[in-house]
Design a protein around this ligand. Structure first.
Ligand SMILES: Cc1ncc(COP(=O)(O)O)c(C=O)c1O
Length: 361
């Protein structure tokens, strides 16, 4: 019996040739491949600037430093996300103000205004599992209260909100290229996209030791640079992104068609074009289901079992934090089923058969 992995990276002859081309170029850091990849990412997203960095976490840290995020500032963020979403702001001394989720697992916009205080400076919506958050409403609240919006697009490269590519709607958007992501560079990597010229210039400097040119350092910065081999790989991956996302959507449609009514399946809003980084089902018997699938050679994941407002790194610093009932209920029931850009429909059916068998159908 062939094991069905939760996700899988694409590597073909063109990817290998791109890596080799970069290896043989004699240029290794922030050179032609990286510049071309940045231009292609900006064009794909529809923003003026795309700034590559060593990870989502580090390029967002550079962003927050460029924004002047400081102790006492508050940023509204859903608890139900990967822990890194809030790491950069915590490193700046700011406070994450947690908000609950709706049934798409994105932030519940109805609660947004009630979380705003005189110290709030920004909102950090996460397009979790590849489903866009309700950005018009987020941006409406942000405009009313003069807040910035950073879209966490780590799981949503290529997703669309009312026809627009995510990352281009907020003031800032950030991508991750970690191997499991929809768009990967087969290693760590990230990218900030924005139309803000001044912040883009600051982030570019902070990424590379505060330099404007080789010998002039305008400010103390960091090394958050990107390399040519991964730039070359990313350029090939970007060409395939839409096709892989389409396939992910077809897999999600099959899961939904076969599993709706058997187990809890996620909704997709009419204005959303989700890209299904994960296909997350819900069951009160989640742990038993995960074991049952494992025994049948099917890998699954839990994204995420511990809500961030209950993580020791957070509670030690920011207690007391009010409860978030929907998040706390979801983390006990969610299970991510296998999905990736090349998954065979016969494997999708095998997963559906096993889930149906577990549910007695
Ligand atoms: C929603 C979300 N935000 C941020 C990150 C951080 O990305 P990176 O690992 O590139 O720093 C991840 C990746 O785990 C993520 O899934």
């Amino acid at each position: 019996m062939q094991r069905i992995p939760l996700s899988k990276c694409f590597v073909d002859a063109e990817v290998e040739a791109a890596a080799l081309r970069a290896l043989r170029s004699g240029q290794y850091i922030l050179s032609q491949e990286c510049q071309a990849f940045e231009a292609e990412l900006a064009a794909y997203t529809g923003t003026r600037h795309a700034i590559l960095g060593s990870s989502w976490t580090m390029i967002v840290y550079a962003l927050h430093r460029a924004q002047g995020l400081k102790p006492g500032d508050e940023v509204i963020v859903p608890s139900h996300t990967a822990f890194p979403t809030m790491e950069p702001l915590i490193h700046c001394g700011a406070r994450p103000v947690f908000i609950d989720i709706d049934d798409t697992y994105c932030l519940d916009v109805d609660q947004l205004e009630s979380r705003i205080t005189a110290r709030t400076v920004g909102i950090l919506p996460v397009h979790l599992y590849g489903h866009p958050a309700d950005l018009d409403r987020v941006l409406g609240v942000a405009a009313k209260h003069h807040l910035w919006v950073l879209e966490d697009c780590a799981q949503a490269q290529g997703a669309k909100y009312k026809g627009k590519t995510v990352g281009s709607l907020g003031h800032f958007g950030a991508f991750s290229f970690f191997p499991s992501k929809n768009l990967t560079v087969l290693g760590d990597g990230g990218c900030l996209v924005t139309n803000d010229d001044a912040i883009a210039e600051q982030v570019r400097m902070l990424r590379n030791h505060g330099r404007k040119d080789k010998y002039h350092h305008e400010l103390p910065g960091f090394n958050i640079r990107f390399n040519e081999v991964q730039g070359a790989i990313g350029r090939v991956m970007l060409k395939h992104l839409d096709r892989f996302n389409e396939h992910r959507r077809a897999i999600a449609a099959r899961y939904r068609q076969r599993l709706d009514g058997i187990i809890g399946v996620p909704p997709e809003r009419p204005w959303a074009r989700a890209v299904y980084h994960m296909f997350v089902v819900r069951s009160p018997q989640r742990d038993a289901l995960q074991k049952f699938l494992k025994e049948r050679g099917i890998d699954t994941g839990i994204h995420y079992p511990v809500p961030n407002h209950q993580q020791p790194a957070v509670t030690a610093k920011f207690s007391p934090i009010p409860p978030l009932p929907r998040t706390e209920a979801a983390v006990k029931e969610i299970l991510s089923l296998p999905i990736h850009g090349e998954m065979a429909m016969s494997d999708v059916d095998r997963v559906c058969d096993a889930v149906a068998e577990f549910c007695g159908r």
